[in-house]
Write a protein that binds this ligand. Structure first.
Ligand SMILES: [Zn+2]
Length: 162
């Protein structure tokens, strides 16, 4: 079996489960003014660069950073609680597989998908706390689900769902 830390460093696609405790409104680049209701969200991304999925997910979780991607604004208020990693996966592919899962809905068209001509958005709102929907998504995409705390070296990387 492959070591978890090796999986983390591979390129691939990931899905962030974001918890937004209170509603949040902001100007987000070209999208204009967007209002997010309190609740849970899936954000779809991929990482091809040095450090693989781990480096990218760490960046998302880290509080201090220059705002660059649309999701950076959402994460000023929201918190990443779980992450689905699909080594070698392609974000648009994973995003489209999410259409097979109930309880997900499109909000903020164009969010995270400015340079994507296949998806309306890379952000979906989730009914409920998102854990079941993330597990269902994992069922169609494969990959592993990890807690957000797994991405920092001072905590042992453990899958929360096996
Ligand atoms: Zn896409």
């Amino acid at each position: 079996m492959m070591q978890i830390d090796k999986i983390f460093k591979l390129p691939g696609a990931y899905v962030l489960l974001v918890d937004l405790k209170t509603s949040y409104q902001s100007e987000i680049g070209s999208l204009g003014n967007i209002k997010f209701s309190a609740g849970h969200y899936f954000y779809f991304g991929s990482a091809r660069g040095h450090g693989g999925m781990q480096a990218r997910v760490q960046r998302h979780i880290r509080a201090k950073k220059k705002l660059h991607w649309h999701v950076d604004w959402l994460l000023l208020s929201g918190t990443v609680i779980k992450v689905l990693l699909i080594a070698g996966g392609v974000e648009c592919n994973i995003r489209q597989k999410a259409d097979l899962i109930n309880d997900l809905k499109v909000i903020a068209p164009g969010f995270g998908s400015s340079d994507c001509d296949q998806c309306r958005t890379h952000l979906l709102a989730v009914n409920g706390d998102g854990s079941d929907a993330l597990k269902k998504l994992q069922g169609v995409t494969g990959g592993g689900i990890y807690s957000a705390t797994s991405f920092f070296p001072n905590t042992a990387a453990q899958p929360v769902i096996v």
